[in-house]
Design a protein. Structure first.
Length: 380
């Protein structure tokens, strides 16, 4: 990896959260070929979205116990890969970080998103329609609102919001998702979903998307490779099932053993079911998220799995390597969690897309471990 750069914690002065993460962002923009002017715009957006937390020195604790990352950094990066194409850079952030509780965090997040919408002339009608469901007077849950930006040339991103189905209580999560889908014109969507162990997120595309999506995220505890292959419920037909199972095996490090016996332990494996049309009641897109950091000893192993997934699909791995170098100066073997998730997306009429989620590690680096056998189990 490269030597320390401005913005690394190894510098002579204590960096701020905003300074550290915008440094990473600018370098990542360079990796994916965005112009310096665009990088400057997106860095300014990040600073404004973080609000007062942007000026918080990194020698102080995180502004809140954000679930967005293991060390509570309220910023995460990801790259989306297709064959023979420059990867797309995405930025996920928690604009309400530092607020006193989920109610205030949600209100802050809503304000920031609406300011973005006004700046870029983005309609928020669907979000407004769901405000009472996801932003009650006394909100509960581990988060209120996250905002994702897909960074494009020209300084105008595509925007997504992630909402908490447990805002009115964990016991109401399923009902909140069902009602949200009904209001958005998908009354049969909830019944089409596979069984799950929880509903961690609900997401909406806002603004300039080819086919704006309403997305339901499901949690799957102790998922087997065979079960992963049965999760897609897309229209027409269940597409990508065999490829989903193969991806799960590679990303989770399960090898090529019997499908029913290979299980990834823990509760972080997730699926996303994206709905764009109402005729069939089925999803038009499906994504499987594998928490690669939970089944490796260090990021060298995670990187090897990511490279295997990309190479199988004819994708150049060099941008991923350069992206890791843009984010940190540490060696992959010196920690675990830099590559947090790998995901595979199928969407009707489009080629499969691989996504790698990269942690900022602004506050801490998880030390490597020698064994993670407790995360991969064999069921007899």
């Amino acid at each position: 990896m490269t030597a320390a750069r401005p913005g690394d914690r190894s510098g002579s002065s204590t960096p701020t959260l905003g300074g550290f993460t915008t440094g990473q962002l600018v370098r990542l923009c360079d990796v994916v070929g965005l112009e310096p002017a665009d990088a400057e715009i997106y860095a300014r957006v990040l600073i404004e979205a973080l609000g007062p937390s942007a000026e918080r020195p990194l020698d102080r604790p995180p502004p809140s116990e954000s679930l967005l990352s293991d060390d509570h950094t309220p910023v995460e990066f990801s790259l989306s890969f297709l064959p023979d194409a420059v990867p797309t850079l995405r930025l996920l952030l928690e604009p309400g970080c530092g607020a006193h509780g989920p109610t205030q965090s949600g209100r802050t997040g809503l304000r920031v998103v609406r300011e973005m919408a006004q700046r870029w002339d983005i309609a928020t009608g669907q979000l407004d329609e769901l405000e009472d469901l996801f932003f009650p007077a006394s909100a509960e849950g581990p988060f209120a609102l996250w905002c994702a930006l897909e960074l494009r040339p020209g300084g105008v991103p595509r925007v997504k919001v992630y909402l908490n189905p447990a805002a009115s209580g964990q016991e109401h999560s399923a009902g909140t998702v069902r009602e949200a889908m009904r209001r958005l014109g998908h009354p049969r969507a909830f019944a089409s979903l596979p069984e799950a162990d929880g509903y961690p997120y609900f997401a909406l595309d806002l603004g300039d998307w080819d086919t704006p999506r309403a997305k339901v995220y499901l949690r799957h505890d102790d998922l087997s490779a065979a079960e992963a292959g049965r999760l897609p419920r897309t229209s027409p037909g269940h597409v990508g099932c065999a490829e989903t199972e193969e991806f799960f095996r590679t990303a989770a490090g399960l090898g090529a053993g019997p499908g029913e016996n290979a299980v990834l332990g823990g509760g972080r494996t997730q699926s996303c079911h994206a709905f764009t049309e109402t005729a069939s009641g089925l999803a038009s897109g499906f994504t499987l998220y594998v928490p690669v950091r939970d089944s490796v000893g260090h990021d060298g192993e995670a990187l090897a799995r990511a490279e295997a997934v990309l190479e199988r699909r004819g994708v150049d791995t060099a941008p991923l390597l350069r992206s890791l170098e843009a984010v940190t100066s540490r060696l992959p073997q010196d920690g675990v969690g830099l590559i947090a998730y790998l995901s595979l997306t199928h969407h009707r009429g489009r080629p499969p897309r691989v996504n790698a989620y990269i942690s900022s590690e602004a506050y801490a680096v998880r030390p490597p471990v020698t064994r993670r056998h407790h995360q991969v189990e064999m069921v007899h």
